[in-house]
Structure formats: structure tokens, C-alpha cells
Design a protein around this ligand. Structure first.
Ligand code: ADP
Length: 266
């Protein structure tokens, strides 16, 4: 709290009062701290792959790894993977900054969610099969159309489904479902029987760069921004997104989308 004192004086007399202004600066300071933390995180996230790239290139150039064909191609593969991760990270950062600046155009239109979800299921069923994960799509009958931007809903689904695949072991299962809520909004859920998230991490899981296990997320190719992007996109639709998880048992991420009002359909 910032305090400012201003004395009140009558002409020719001494002080007769005091104006005290109490200013709550917690929010301001919090934002400032978050901004600094974000810049530090971005720098760190970009430096990590660069350091790897540099050391592998040095090994090839000076360490004689170039002479051994197999070793050389392994080093080049890692270098390329790290470069791809940097590209992904920059893509995600740009997307977030455009969402923050409200520069993203929402091309909202009436959407049949069942179609959107079936397409998402198709995109992920091969990955699930390869990893021996059982995939189920469950859509309740007569789901009203939603009013949403197809590309953004696709992106949200991709972020949530790729997390579910990443953090679920072979033999596990993933369920993508949709149902109507009592207020008319549609709830879409991605439930998995994966590694789960400890309770203490749950409330920060949508924060930018927050991960339960940084090393694991990185080795899986994650940027730590997927959930934050999903949250911004859902909020831009007037919906909500939430997470429930039992450590060691599984995770469910659910989001809502507004129904298509009759006047919007016209
Ligand atoms: P990342 O690129 O690291 O996956 P996200 O923002 O998508 O970034 O997710 C943040 C973190 O939340 C992940 O690093 C992981 O620790 C945790 N997480 C997200 N989804 C799941 C899930 N389905 N199961 C377990 N942990 C998850």
C-alpha cells in the first residue's frame, strides 16, 4: 500500500487537517513482477536449445564427430530438433502476444461441434494407436451448434489432446466428450488416465511456462505455453476452461463454448 499525506491549511492559520491517500499498488507490483518473470522465462527457454545447438555444432566442428558418420547424423538430428523447438516456441509466443494485444480476429460462426470433434479424433487416433492408448469419442445427442472460430477450437483441442497423449502411458485411455450444460453452454472435456498433476501445481498450471516437470515437458517437445494459449482462446469466446487431476491417476481438462443464438444463425 502506498500512503500519501497532504496537509490542509487555512490561510494564515496552521494545519487543520490531513488528507491521507491509501493506494493499493499490489496489483501493479504483481503485474510488474509477472512481466519480469515472463522475460526471464522467455530468455531461458530460448537459450536452452541454443546452448545445445552450439555444443553439438562444436563437437562436429572441433571434436571430430564429423568423421564418424553415425555420430554425426545423430548430432545433426538433435540440432535440428532443437531448432524446431525454438521455432515452435517463437510461434507460440507470437500467438500469445497477438491474443494479449487483442489482434487476433475471431472468425466466429455457427459450428457443429460433433464434426469438429470427429475431425480432432481422426487427427489423434493414429498417434493413440501407435502409443497403445485407447481413444473414445463420446458426444451427447442433439448438441446445439456453438458460436466459435473453427481454427481456434481446433487449436485448443490439439493442445489438450497432444498433452493427453504426451502424459499418458501405453495401456491408458483418452476420452473426448461433449455435452450440454444447464445454462445452454456446451462443455467439451478431454479426460486421460495418465500421470496426473500434483495438487500443489494445479492452480498455476495455466500460467505461462509453468510445468510440473520442466525436463519431461522439454523432452516431449513441449513449450509450456499450450494451456495458456488454450485459456486465452476460450476466454475470447466467452467460455471458461478448467482442470481436474489426481496425481498418478489422470487428468481432465474441460472448456465451455457459447451456444449459437437463433439471431446469430440468421
Ligand atoms: P507443455 O508444452 O509443457 O505440455 P502446457 O501448457 O500444455 O505445456 O502444459 C503445462 C504443464 O501441465 C505440462 O508441462 C505438464 O506438466 C502439465 N500437463 C498438461 N496437461 C497434462 C495432462 N493431460 N496430464 C498431465 N500433466 C499435464
Amino acid at each position: 500500500v502506498k500512503l500519501t499525506f497532504t496537509p490542509i491549511r487555512r490561510p494564515g492559520r496552521e494545519t487543520v487537517g490531513l488528507i491521507v491517500v491509501l493506494q493499493d499498488v499490489t496489483e501493479e507490483e504483481k503485474l510488474d513482477r509477472q512481466r519480469k518473470e515472463f522475460v526471464a522465462n522467455v530468455s531461458h527457454e530460448l537459450r536452452t536449445p541454443l546452448t545445445t545447438i552450439k555444443s553439438y555444432l562444436e563437437a562436429l566442428d572441433e571434436g571430430g564427430a564429423m568423421e564418424e558418420k553415425e555420430l554425426a547424423s545423430r548430432f545433426l538430428r538433435v540440432t535440428r530438433q532443437e531448432a524446431e523447438r525454438m521455432t515452435r516456441l517463437i510461434h507460440d509466443l507470437l500467438q500469445l502476444s497477438r491474443l494479449d494485444a487483442e489482434k487476433v480476429r475471431f472468425h466466429k460462426q455457427p459450428l457443429l461441434l460433433s464434426e469438429v470433434l470427429e475431425d480432432a479424433a481422426d487427427r489423434f487416433s493414429v498417434q493413440c494407436e501407435q502409443k497403445e492408448i485407447d481413444f473414445t469419442l463420446s458426444i451427447s445427442d442433439r448438441l446445439p451448434r456453438v458460436y466459435a472460430d473453427r481454427d481456434q477450437v481446433d487449436q485448443v483441442l490439439d493442445n489438450l489432446l497432444s498433452n493427453a497423449v504426451k502424459y499418458t502411458q501405453a495401456g491408458g485411455s483418452i476420452t473426448l466428450s461433449a455435452r450440454k450444460r444447464s445454462d445452454g453452454f456446451i462443455t467439451v472435456s478431454v479426460a486421460d488416465t495418465g500421470i496426473g498433476i500434483p495438487k500443489k501445481d494445479l492452480e498455476r498450471i495455466f500460467d505461462r511456462f509453468y510445468r510440473v516437470d520442466k525436463a519431461r515437458s522439454r523432452s516431449m517437445g513441449g513449450t509450456g505455453l499450450g494451456l495458456s494459449i488454450a485459456r486465452e482462446m476460450i476466454r475470447g469466446h466467452g467460455g471458461e476452461i478448467g482442470i481436474e487431476s489426481q496425481y498418478g491417476e489422470g487428468t481432465t481438462v474441460s472448456f465451455t463454448l457459447p451456444p449459437c443464438e437463433p439471431e446469430v444463425v440468421r
